[in-house]
Design a protein around this ligand. Structure first.
Ligand code: CO
Length: 492
């Protein structure tokens, strides 16, 4: 888990994606050089035209927690296809594993991604695939590349010239690993393509070779990576490798968690621009909530909500929000409420307090960057909450919001069934859980809105259920009708 985040060459990205002809980031910018040379660039995904995000949660049943997101790039369909295949193959392996009976915590599969590079010449997407079968978290990393010159999608070894160069690289990396102490085993490294499936560059242009957990060391060693100096690596690179390095070199800004928090200090709290127009003490109010987006279906959902003059609360994932900030701005401008659903949808109840704070802070930062307002509500993925979650939420100024009605749209492809289930369960004050990346959920929206409106319901954002009583940070809310019940324990 990164504690920091690189934003590489953003100003340049604007220029290059707009086609102004500037091909590389400014090499003379006096930005801080990263103290950790093996961190791979983080490029702002919203700067890449035609990029959207895809999410998967199939197989979440039977206590398994599954969430995967990856990018789709309109003019790089071969890359999108390769990303999809990589993610689904990993998920199939996870699903095929037998879970030890009564495994605690729940088995979990999670895929997060970042852009390692983006230029008119190449795109690099790094996937972080993590899983636990009930004990011990382990991560593998895979970086896929797309060469726009020949429209090829490549695995990382495609950045290296040939097998002789790969053997040379393996020798260099093995010598470096030999200096790392007893947790790392340099002899585990062989000059095979499969061992070099995550190659990227740091902002100085050094080639970063990273390994999966336990690939060249003990599990406690965590992520093992080597930065091969630019001049040493250059003769080993293929044409695509050289293009990838050109795209990666440039400005880099290191954003610490402290800076992320500071960025939201003087911003107003997020609220619906139409809050206060409905008195839920008198009206029959219901709060529709959508989580895990924004995604490819979110724009269509916003159109439907607008047509019915309905407002909703969107618990957005930071990684998706940073890719599609314009959708968050639409939510804000159309009277909805934007809230925090963490950065990458990990089960918070198994994370350390530092990692949990990182999940919330990074998402908070992405949302603030998008809408200029600070969310005051968070929903823990899978509803998994405990004392630690509520205490970190309190510190970050957020109430914990769960739900009283689950549309159970996780795997259901039938919009009529989703609508029927939802409408039959709603009571005044209900908080309804749905997922806005699922097409069937969005297809169900018109029927839900029509039928609930016919029963006299008004659609408000979550804080409006509580009227003038402000929601308290660190407190857990399940529905409007249960607002007097003090903080209750998780159901995880
Ligand atoms: Co979720």
């Amino acid at each position: 888990m990164f504690k920091v985040r690189f934003v590489g060459g953003i100003a340049c990205m604007v220029a290059t994606m707009a086609g102004c002809g500037v091909a590389t980031a400014s090499p003379h910018a006096n930005s801080p050089v990263p103290s950790e040379p093996t961190l791979i660039n983080y490029v702002d995904p919203s700067m890449v035209r035609g990029l959207s995000t895809r999410s998967l949660n199939s197989g979440e049943a039977a206590g398994r927690r599954v969430h995967a997101t990856y990018p789709a790039v309109a003019d790089a369909p071969r890359l999108t296809e390769k990303l999809f295949k990589t993610v689904t193959a990993s998920l199939a392996r996870f699903a095929g594993n037998d879970v030890p009976a009564g495994a605690l915590p729940n088995p979990e599969f999670n895929v997060d991604w970042q852009l390692a590079a983006a230029s008119p010449e190449v795109l690099g997407v790094r996937l972080r695939i993590g899983q636990s079968m009930g004990s011990g978290w382990s991560e593998s990393r895979t970086t896929l590349w797309y060469d726009r010159a020949n429209r090829r999608a490549l695995e990382s070894p495609g950045l290296i010239r040939d097998s002789a160069a790969l053997t040379t690289l393996a020798g260099i990396v093995r010598r470096e690993l030999a200096l790392r102490g007893p947790l790392v085993n340099p002899n585990a490294l062989r000059p095979e393509r499969s061992m070099f499936d995550s190659l990227g560059f740091n902002p100085r242009g050094d080639l970063v070779v990273e390994f999966d957990d336990k690939q060249v060391g003990l599990g406690v060693a965590g992520r093992v990576a080597v930065a091969v100096p630019s001049a040493t690596a250059a003769p080993l690179l293929s044409e695509t490798g050289l293009r990838a390095r050109r795209a990666s070199v440039g400005t880099a800004t290191l954003i610490s968690q402290k800076d992320m928090l500071a960025a939201s200090m003087d911003r107003p709290a997020a609220r619906s621009s139409k809050a206060g127009t409905v008195d839920c003490a008198k009206a029959r109010c219901v709060a529709l909530t959508y989580e895990d987006g924004p995604g490819p279906e979110t724009g269509r959902l916003l159109n439907i909500l607008g047509a019915y003059r309905a407002r909703a609360t969107f618990f957005t994932l930071g990684s998706n929000a940073s890719a599609r900030p314009e959708l968050l701005r639409r939510m804000r401008d159309e009277g909805h409420l934007v809230a925090n659903h963490t950065w990458s949808h990990r089960d918070l109840s198994v994370l350390s307090s530092a990692m949990l704070a990182d999940q919330l802070t990074r998402a908070q930062h992405a949302i603030v960057q998008a809408i200029g307002q600070v969310p005051t509500l968070m929903r823990p993925p899978y509803g998994g909450t405990d004392e630690q979650v509520t205490s970190v939420a309190r510190r970050l100024g957020m109430s914990v919001v769960r739900w009283s009605v689950d549309a159970e749209d996780r795997d259901d492809p039938d919009p009529r069934a989703i609508a029927r289930r939802t409408v039959s369960q709603v009571r005044p004050g209900s908080i309804v859980l749905m997922r806005d990346f699922r097409p069937a959920t969005v297809d169900a929206a018109p029927a839900i809105l029509r039928e609930l409106a016919a029963k006299g319901y008004t659609f408000v954002t979550v804080p409006e259920l509580y009227g003038p009583r402000a929601m308290e940070p660190g407190r857990t809310y399940d529905s409007g009708t249960m607002s007097n019940v003090p903080d209750r324990r998780s159901m995880s």
